[in-house]
Write a protein that binds this ligand. Structure first.
Ligand code: ACO
Length: 349
């Protein structure tokens, strides 16, 4: 038995490959570094789901409009205090037969509308002439400065897919029963919410705030680990080296800073990462625990002006196209996913 299904191959896929020993992530035949810093989210959606980039951009825009139209039908879903609870509940109101990229586009509007309401503002209608990342940023903040939208676009591409991670597996399990796409996406949002998966970036920013300055990092991190708490944004089930997505997001942050916008926390994040590696290496000398994607996600999403409560929903906004592509693959080639369990309970009589 493999506890946590570690090392078990549950599907064949042409969508992504995670090489944990070398720290390499391939997305639809391209290295993540190449796609994230050069391609738009719509271009990568087209690689994952077919069609041209222009068609993908138009479908995402239709989806953003669909999300806005659905706001009147989601009841009190967007009043939830937690962004992932709100997104999960609101996404459940999308039409179950909606096409993949329209579901993907709609999540951006639902997430942005939740954030607007949280800050006491009315949701903003999408501008379907804009690129997906630009419009998402605009729907949250009211404006979308070009360099910030470019950094957010790089983030959305970076997280679009990542092998058989927990939320993608959830989406595929649901699809394998013959259920609909929206059910798969709603289930995947539930899986992504947990702190061991997509719930970490907000707490990473809390950690950076609590540490405040590089000189305090080591003592703060030591105290956390000694008290049995996990350092958010560190460690990974597959990677035994630094998560390549951390490097991509760090590059996107450098690009943002070189355009004259200070991210505010990049230098601190680098110092904390170095200390965290050292503290974890002392505590777990046999297990390499390095920065994962969530570490620099926190710094990047903060730098582009998203509130930390929106970090996990934004992860879902980016990952949605990957979930949808896996659902399509599962439907085309998969079989009902139904593992077995070993009974270790009492026997009757
Ligand atoms: N801080 C402190 N200790 C850690 C950390 C961490 N971040 N990560 C792992 N460990 C310890 C574990 O406590 C465990 O110690 P033990 O053997 O003494 O019990 C040991 O390292 C091995 O860890 P596992 O739990 O077996 O690792 P697993 O593969 O199950 O977990 C995970 C991977 C969930 C990412 C883990 O590293 C973690 O909790 N990290 C912090 C949360 C986080 O950053 N989540 C985002 C993940 S990235 C993503 O999903 C997009």
């Amino acid at each position: 038995m493999s506890n946590g299904l570690e090392g078990v191959i549950a599907a064949e896929t042409i969508l992504s490959d995670v090489d944990g020993e070398r720290g390499r992530l391939i997305l639809a035949g391209h290295d993540v570094e190449e796609l994230a810093l050069r391609s738009s989210y719509a271009e990568v959606c087209a690689l994952f789901l077919g069609g041209t980039a222009a068609e993908a951009a138009a479908a995402l825009a239709r989806g953003r409009a669909l999300g806005f139209e659905r706001l009147s039908k989601v009841g009190d879903a967007l009043e939830a205090a937690d962004g992932m609870d709100a997104l999960r509940a609101a996404a459940a109101h999308l039409p179950s037969a909606a096409p993949a990229l329209e579901v993907t586009g709609a999540l951006a509007t639902l997430a942005a509308s939740w954030a607007r309401r949280q800050s006491g503002h009315k949701p903003l209608a999408p501008d379907t002439s804009l690129a997906h990342a630009d419009d998402y940023l605009r729907m949250v903040r009211g404006d979308a400065p070009a360099e910030k939208a470019r950094a957010l676009d790089a983030y959305l591409v970076t997280v679009i897919d990542h092998g058989m991670n927990a939320s993608t597996f959830t989406a595929r399990v649901i699809a394998s029963t013959g259920s609909d796409l929206v059910s798969s996406v709603v289930g995947a949002i539930g899986a992504l919410k947990g702190p061991l998966h997509g719930g970490a970036p907000g707490p990473v920013l809390d950690m950076l705030d609590a540490i405040g300055e590089p000189a305090r990092a080591e003592a703060w991190l030591e105290a956390e680990v000694t008290s049995g708490r996990r350092l958010m944004g560190m460690g990974h089930r597959i990677y035994r080296v630094r998560d390549p997505r951390a490097a991509v997001l760090e590059r996107a942050l450098e690009r943002l800073e070189s355009s004259g916008l200070r991210s505010g926390r990049l230098a601190l994040a680098r110092a904390v990462e170095r200390s965290a590696e050292g503290v974890l290496a002392k505590k777990h000398p046999d297990r390499a625990l390095k920065a994962n994607v969530e570490f620099y996600t926190a710094v990047l999403l903060d730098a582009v002006g998203l509130p930390r409560t929106l970090f996990s929903p934004t992860f879902a906004v980016g990952r949605a196209a990957g979930w949808c592509a896996h659902v399509a693959e599962q439907r085309a080639h998969g079989r009902l996913i139904r593992p077995a369990s070993r009974y270790v309970g009492k026997m009757p009589g």
